[in-house]
Structures are given as structure tokens and as C-alpha cells.
Design a protein around this ligand. Structure first.
Ligand code: ADP
Ligand code: MG
Length: 329
């Protein structure tokens, strides 16, 4: 068979920088072979990004690569796992050297940071989409899950919330923001930093965890459902950045955005009173701030309060984005 341009793309991916000692066989054979550390469980997650649904056609290849890997890393972070190996299924309408080069650059930067080795994949022709399957490991029985939150546990989130949506709104031309803030918001949308170190530090401390990909309100609800509990969240405690507060018309609007903004890739987790005192020490080396936003209850509802007054906010869900020409806005 003659070598076609897609073969060249495969070769391109074979030249990637991370080489782990636990990879017995990487790219090039029919399958890869890896060594899972003794006493650990294999942790596996997959995410697909489709052009026009999960990223704008105008997004740079490097940003798309970052987002594709970051969303998978964030899932592993939420389980308290250590990322190790990934495979990449890439579908392109046509071979595009410049795009692939940009993609590899964005991919390699994040993969190197977390020492994730690309060990295989597939390259096909079709509408542009990226599927990454990320593998990692966690000491047996110690993974954090969505189930396990108990009434009385404190609810925390990492970082700040709302800027991913604010960044997307700006990119879509829905808002006007000054240049310095625009850069911050765009970076938060395209260049989220998955909380991998924090997730691992939470093992043995958090009773449940999830990463915020659909919005805090929706993702906390997943914890409540899986754990069979409720929650009371004080919106005045939501961590909001200067950039977001300056961008939004009112504190209430910023708080609503913090509750619904998806693709934040921050962690939401619950901590029993017993472990609350050890949280700061455990997270010291993760470089991440955490904020207590409320408490788990026994009543199976997610109540929003401000200074103990109940709120009856109706929140819109996160639905990626609609291209401007499709929804007419
Ligand atoms: P096969 O037909 O046996 O699946 P391929 O020609 O699709 O083999 O791939 C050859 C090798 O290149 C395999 O090891 C595969 O894992 C790897 N590969 C193909 N596409 C990619 C990609 N996009 N990223 C990383 N590795 C890839
Ligand atoms: Mg193949």
C-alpha cells in the first residue's frame, strides 16, 4: 500500500515527547502495553470534542488540543487518580499540516506537564472531531466517587467559577470587555488547568468529588443523586474572580453564571467535619485555593440561600454553545 497523507499524520503523532518507563510498547504496533503499578486500579475516561458543538471552527488547533486533553485530565482529577497514558482518535476532513502541527504543540505542552504519554490512536477522514481516552491509576479502593457525601459534610469548590462561560460569551461577541479582562476570560475558556494535584491530595479526605464540566449546579446535583442526599449552598460564598465581577452587571448575575458555567474544570467535593482541619495542609502543594460554599443536608434538595434567606432562582443549564448563525443571536 502506498503511504498517504494520513500515514504522515500518524508518523507525526509517533514523535511525541513524553516517554514513560511503565510503557512497555507505545505507538506503532496493533496495541500498546503498559504496566499498572502493583496495588493500583486502572482508571479510564474518554471525551470527544466535535467541531461546531464542543469547539468553534475559529478555535486554534493548539487550544482545541489543550481542551481535549484537559477535559480528560479533569475527569481523572475528580477521581483522585494519577494520569499516565492516553490514546487519540482524530478525525479530519482532510490532512492539514498546519492544523496538526498546532494541535501537537498544544497537546504536547499539557501532556508533558502531567507526564502523560500518547500510546496509540486512530486517524480517519470525516467531520473534524477529537476523542481522547485517558488512562491513569489510583491505589486500590481509594478513588473518589460521586457517591459518599453524608449530611453534615462541607461542600467545597476549587479556584473561581463563571469565567469559562464569560469567556465564551465574549468570544461569541455577546459581551464587550476591556482587553486585559478579555485575555483572562478567553484563557479561562480555552486553557483551563485541570486540578490533578488537588484531586490526588483529596484522597482520604473528601467523601465525594466531581469535576465541573456541566456547571456547578448540575454537577453538585450529580453528587447529591449518587449519594442520596441534599445540599444547602450559600451563593454569597461562591468564589468569583475580579475579572468576572467587573464583567457582570450585578453580583447576582455573576453568582448565577458561577452556578451554571460549564467547562470550568474545577473540582466540587465534600469533606466530613472530621477531615476539615486537614484540608488546607493537604492542598498546600497543589497551588489551588478552595472555598466552602455550603453543607450537605438530608432532605434530597439543592437549596440556594443568600445570608440564610432562601432563593427561588431559575437557572439555565449549560449547553456548550450554539453557533451565532444557528440560533440567530
Ligand atoms: P491499525 O490499522 O493496526 O489500527 P493504524 O495504521 O491505525 O494501525 O495505526 C498505526 C499505529 O499508529 C498504531 O500503533 C496506532 O495506535 C498509532 N496511531 C494512529 N493514529 C494515531 C493518532 N492519531 N495518535 C496516536 N497514535 C496513532
Ligand atoms: Mg487503526
Amino acid at each position: 500500500m502506498t503511504r498517504n497523507e494520513f500515514d504522515l499524520i500518524r508518523d507525526y503523532f509517533a514523535r511525541q515527547p513524553v516517554k514513560r518507563r511503565d510503557v512497555a510498547l507505545g505507538i506503532g504496533d496493533d496495541c500498546a502495553l503498559v504496566e499498572v503499578p502493583e496495588g493500583c486500579q486502572l482508571v479510564v475516561t474518554t471525551d470527544t470534542l466535535v467541531e461546531g458543538t464542543h469547539f468553534l471552527p475559529t478555535a486554534s488547533a493548539s487550544d482545541v488540543a489543550h481542551k481535549a486533553l484537559a477535559s480528560n485530565l479533569s475527569d481523572l482529577a475528580a477521581m483522585g487518580a494519577m494520569p499516565a497514558w492516553c490514546s487519540l482518535a482524530l478525525t479530519l476532513p482532510e490532512p492539514d499540516d498546519a492544523w496538526v502541527a498546532g494541535f501537537c504543540q498544544g497537546f504536547a505542552a499539557l501532556a508533558e506537564h502531567f507526564q502523560v504519554q500518547l500510546i496509540g490512536g486512530d486517524t480517519t477522514r470525516g467531520p473534524k472531531s477529537i476523542t481522547i481516552t485517558l488512562h491513569g491509576h489510583v491505589p486500590k479502593g481509594q478513588a473518589l466517587t460521586r457517591a459518599g457525601a453524608k449530611p453534615g459534610d462541607w461542600i467545597f469548590v476549587t479556584g473561581t467559577l463563571g469565567e469559562s462561560q464569560a469567556g465564551l460569551d465574549y468570544i461569541l461577541g455577546k459581551t464587550v470587555v476591556d482587553k486585559a479582562r478579555a485575555t483572562t476570560l478567553i484563557n479561562r475558556h480555552y486553557r483551563a488547568q485541570p486540578r490533578v494535584t488537588a484531586g490526588q491530595a483529596l484522597r482520604g479526605i473528601a467523601s465525594a468529588a466531581i469535576d465541573i464540566s456541566d456547571g456547578l449546579h448540575a454537577d453538585l446535583t450529580h453528587i447529591l443523586t449518587a449519594s442520596g442526599v441534599g445540599a444547602k449552598v450559600d451563593v454569597a460564598q461562591l468564589p468569583l474572580s475580579e475579572a468576572l465581577l467587573a464583567d457582570q452587571a450585578s453580583d447576582e448575575q455573576a453568582q448565577k453564571l458561577a452556578l451554571t458555567s460549564g467547562e470550568e474544570y474545577e473540582l466540587c467535593f465534600t469533606v466530613p467535619e472530621l477531615h476539615r482541619g486537614t484540608l488546607d495542609t493537604a492542598l498546600k502543594h497543589s497551588g489551588v485555593s478552595v472555598q466552602c460554599i455550603g453543607q450537605i443536608t438530608g432532605n434530597h434538595r439543592l437549596e440556594l440561600v443568600a445570608d440564610n434567606q432562601p432563593l427561588d432562582w431559575v437557572l439555565s443549564g449549560w449547553a456548550h454553545f450554539k453557533e451565532p448563525h444557528r440560533d440567530g443571536s
